[in-house]
Ligand binder design. Structure first.
Ligand code: PBG
Length: 327
């Protein structure tokens, strides 16, 4: 038999496979989500995210120092807000002395070069667990008032020293409003990583446990996207780029690899993908039962997300991945 192209030649040894590998993960690809809570010396387990923790500020700073030494260059901050501070305006979110603002300052003081990104949405601050202000007459999340509130939130993050704000609210017109607010208030160096194509997904469940931020009524389908849609993701993303987004994001990641690729092909800004809490929990749960090899599942998942077109990956596995890449 004479076979012209023997494709298996390029897979014959580990060295050859490495030589022709098209996709490589590196520590700088990762953005690690970090959950901050009130108190001192607190490290709390999150039951639906085994091996993941909420930490008080002091412990968060220790952790971020370690992350930097491991080669992780970016953290995405989320805070768990006291129930007593939650209301329908979300005003705690722009408190200059709020937990988020304190966390940004503390991290930038301790590790000035760490790229600090902050989640911008009202859900941790909302008595209803929604990303925006609720019209209590009909349960609708009002767009424009929410964008105004989130602009204040964004400015307070910028004032605290955030490098990027990361709006995850999916309101219309927000990126343009935030860019303008940043420019007008002396924060021209602060970037925007927009959650451009964020789907209404069941895979956010464990995250909502972590921050106690599950919607009190209804769901998020009037603002987050329908997972049946593809073209709409391009529409959302192109609008965010036109309004001034520096980095765009697709979220979740594993069930949306097609979207990541299409977005990558449609824009010239960096594309990030969020490997979300439920995707973390699935791997952890299967590994706990001995049904999956956790380390292999992590590397295969993250490499696939990068191969799909993600330049950056927000993932709860960032620390594990960096450790695995080094070993
Ligand atoms: C808040 C926000 C959510 C996530 C990131 N920012 C939850 C939601 O939209 O309900 C989910 C992250 C994850 O599941 O890991 N707007």
């Amino acid at each position: 038999m004479i076979i012209q192209h023997r494709n298996r030649i390029l897979r014959r040894t580990a060295a050859i496979r490495e030589m022709v590998a098209e996709t490589q993960l590196r520590p700088g690809d990762f953005i690690l989500p970090v959950f901050v809570t009130e108190g001192k010396d607190v490290v709390e387990a999150i039951s639906s995210m085994p091996g993941y923790f909420r930490r008080s500020l002091d412990k968060t700073v220790e952790e971020v120092k370690e992350l930097w030494s491991l080669g992780i260059r970016s953290v995405l901050l989320f805070v768990k807000c006291d129930d007593a501070l939650k209301d329908n305006t979300g005003k705690e979110s722009w408190n200059p002395d709020g937990l988020m603002q304190q966390a940004v300052k503390a991290i930038k003081d301790a590790v000035p070069e760490m790229v600090v990104m902050t989640d911008v949405a009202l859900d941790p601050y909302s008595e209803y667990g929604h990303d925006g202000i609720v019209d209590v007459k009909n349960g609708y999340i009002v767009n424009d008032e929410t964008v105004e509130a989130l602009a204040k939130m964004s400015l307070s993050h910028a004032a605290a020293g955030a490098d990027f704000i990361a709006p995850s609210d999916m309101m219309d017109g927000r990126i343009g409003v935030f860019r303008k607010a940043l420019e007008e208030n002396g924060f021209s160096g602060v970037g925007i990583m927009s959650y451009s194509a964020k789907y209404a997904s069941c895979f956010y469940g464990p995250f909502r446990d972590a921050l106690d931020s599950a919607p009190g009524f209804g769901d998020k389908k009037t603002y987050q996207m329908n997972y049946a849609n593809r073209v709409e993701a391009i529409n959302e993303t192109l609008k965010d780029v036109a309004e001034g987004a520096d980095i765009v994001m697709v979220k979740p990641a594993m069930a949306y690899l097609d979207i990541i690729r299409e977005v990558k092909n449609a824009v010239t800004v960096p594309v990030s993908a969020y490997h979300v809490s439920g995707e973390y929990a699935m791997i952890k749960a299967a590994a706990e039962r001995g049904w999956l090899d956790e380390e292999k599942a992590i590397l295969e998942s993250l490499t696939s997300i990068k191969r799909a077109g993600a330049d950056l990956i927000a993932t709860y596995f960032a620390k594990d991945a960096v450790r695995l890449l080094q070993s």
